[in-house]
Design a protein around this ligand. Structure first.
Ligand SMILES: N[C@@H](CCC(=O)N[C@@H](CS)C(=O)NCC(=O)O)C(=O)O
Length: 208
């Protein structure tokens, strides 16, 4: 399988973490790809993902799967025993809902990055950026209050929250979320000891 990815992407990291957690990492070849709003990568768009977003997974059968959540579900299904999302019961809906929150927070973070780095300065809209930050902070407050959501058996929701926090440290190292959210901070410190997280810390792609 080939994973089209970039080493700074929280969504691609989510897939890599899952692949390590469930033991299929060695079946996946990482293929770096540059995608950016406003600079269409038409080859990738035509061959793999019409939305030209990463991650995208080319399966060994040659078909392509996106987005990150669908890829994670696909990988999780390969073993026959799903580990990342409970198969049924209230835990399933809790995990999927917590995941939707963490995923939405990742989407806000990446949009803030595009708005504050890519968009020409005269066109930037501070209210919109603040609104995205507000969603992230309100989400973090929710996870801080609901400590059963951060702890216990690792799942797709926790992995996605971990990828958000890693992305925040990477892009906004002075954000100070650890001081504001001590429960999340303690949990994240333990999470970062897992090889799946310590081996996938976001970095800028090599210029080569
Ligand atoms: N919902 C998608 C989001 C993927 C996404 O936004 N990826 C970013 C990189 S972190 C991207 O491909 N951006 C290129 C673009 O928006 O043109 C997923 O979960 O895979």
């Amino acid at each position: 399988m080939k994973l089209f990815y970039a080493p700074q992407s929280p969504f691609a990291r989510k897939v890599r973490v899952v692949s390590i957690e469930i033991g299929v990492e060695e079946q996946i070849e990482l293929v770096f790809i540059k995608v950016l709003p406003g600079t269409p990568n038409t080859t990738f768009q035509n061959t793999h993902n019409p939305l030209r977003k990463i991650p995208a997974l080319e399966t060994s059968g040659g078909s392509t799967i996106y987005d990150s959540t669908v890829i994670c579900e696909y990988l999780d299904s390969l073993s026959g025993v799903t580990k990342m999302i409970p198969a049924d019961g209230p835990e399933r809906w809790r995990t999927l809902t917590n995941h939707a929150l963490a995923q939405g927070m990742c989407e806000s973070a990446v949009l803030i990055r595009y708005e504050t780095w890519l968009r020409p300065e005269p066109l930037r809209w501070a209210n919109w950026t603040n609104d995205q930050w507000d969603r992230i902070n309100t989400g973090l407050e929710w996870f801080e209050r609901n400590d059963e959501a951060v702890g216990g058996q690792i799942d797709l929701a926790q992995i996605t929250l971990g990828c958000l926090l890693g992305y925040m440290d990477f892009r906004w190292p002075d954000n100070g979320w650890r001081e504001r959210y001590p429960n999340i901070s303690d949990w994240y410190e333990i999470l970062m000891r897992r090889p799946s997280f310590s081996r996938t810390i976001p970095q800028d792609p090599s210029p080569a």
